[in-house]
Design a binder for this molecule. Structure first.
Ligand code: SAM
Length: 248
C-alpha cells in the first residue's frame, strides 16, 4: 500500500523549465478525448484543471462545451497567462488542493509524470496522493498521460526517471543532447516519471479510482537514439476514472 503522506517535497521544475510548456500543442486531442469520455457533470459544476498551465485546455473546453472551468497550477506565470485568456485560475498545489466546493470533475493533463519525489516509491506516493485528493470532491477524473511501452517489461519509464533525476547522468544527458537533439529533456536534474498504460491503471487503483473508459493516443515517432532506452511505443492516452466503491 502506498504511503499517502510521503515526508518529502516534490522535486519541482524551475520557472524557466515550466516555460517550455507554455504552448497549446496537445489541447485539441485533450478536448476531443474529454468530450468523448466524460459524463456531463453536475449542473453548474466546475471542471478543475489541475496543472492546467496557461489555461489553453480550460479555455478551449469552455468554448467548445460551455463547461465552467478552473485552472489550479503552482506556476504564477501560467496562472497569470490563464487569467489573461479569461479563465478562472488559482495558484495551488496538486498535492494539497484547496476546494471551493463547486468542483465536480478534476482533470490531470500531462501533470502526473511531473510529480516526482526523491526515489521511486516517494514518486509513486506523490502521484497517488494527487489523485486520491479528489476522492471526496469529484464525481469523476479525466487523465491525459504519456504512455511509454518497453521492449522489456516496463523499464523505459524507469530508465528515463533514473537519468533525469540523477545530477551526474543529467549532466551527461545535457552534453549528449547538444550533439543529439533527440536526447533533449527539459526535466534533466529534476526528474520525470512516465509509465506504461497498465502501470498507470494500477496506480489509479491505488488512489481509489478505476478507469471506466479509455482512449488510446496515436503512436508518436521515436527518435533512433531513444531506442537505447528500449522504448517500444510512446503515446498520449486518456482515461475516465470513477471511484472504486468501498475504498475510504
Ligand atoms: C507539462 S505541463 C502541462 C500543462 C497542460 N496541462 C498541458 O497539458 O499542456 C505541467 C504543468 O503542471 C504544473 N505543475 C507541476 N507540479 C504541480 C503541482 N504540484 N501543483 C500544481 N501544478 C503543478 C506545472 O506548473 C505545469 O503547468
Amino acid at each position: 500500500m502506498t504511503d499517502l503522506n510521503p515526508d518529502v517535497a516534490q522535486r519541482r521544475l524551475s520557472a524557466d523549465q515550466v516555460e517550455a510548456f507554455y504552448h497549446d500543442e496537445f489541447v485539441s486531442d485533450q478536448v476531443a478525448d474529454f468530450t468523448a469520455l466524460m459524463p456531463a457533470g453536475r449542473p453548474g459544476g466546475v471542471v478543475a484543471d489541475v496543472g492546467g498551465g496557461c489555461g489553453f485546455f480550460a479555455r478551449a473546453l469552455s468554448d467548445a462545451e460551455g463547461h465552467r472551468t478552473r485552472v489550479i497550477d503552482m506556476d504564477p506565470g501560467s496562472v497569470k497567462a490563464a487569467r489573461s485568456l479569461g479563465v478562472d485560475a488559482v495558484i495551488g498545489d496538486a498535492l494539497g488542493p484547496e476546494f471551493k466546493g463547486d468542483e465536480c470533475i478534476a482533470c490531470f493533463n500531462l501533470i502526473l509524470h511531473h510529480l516526482v519525489g526523491a526515489d521511486e516509491s516517494k514518486t509513486r506516493a506523490l502521484q497517488v496522493k494527487a489523485l486520491a485528493a479528489w476522492r471526496d470532491q469529484a464525481d469523476a477524473v479525466f487523465v491525459n498521460e504519456y504512455i511509454y511501452e518497453s521492449f522489456v517489461g516496463t523499464v523505459s519509464g524507469r530508465i528515463i526517471y533514473e537519468i533525469t533525476v540523477n545530477p551526474v547522468l543529467s549532466f551527461i544527458g545535457r552534453q549528449a543532447a547538444r550533439v543529439v537533439p533527440a536526447l533533449k529533456a527539459n526535466t534533466f536534474g529534476v526528474g520525470v516519471r512516465f509509465r506504461s498504460h497498465d502501470e498507470w491503471l494500477k496506480l489509479f487503483g491505488e488512489a481509489g479510482w478505476r478507469a471506466t473508459a479509455v482512449r488510446l493516443g496515436k503512436p508518436e515517432p521515436i527518435a533512433k537514439p531513444l531506442r537505447g532506452m528500449l522504448i517500444k511505443v510512446i503515446r498520449r492516452d486518456s482515461f475516465r476514472l470513477e471511484p472504486v466503491a468501498g475504498v475510504p
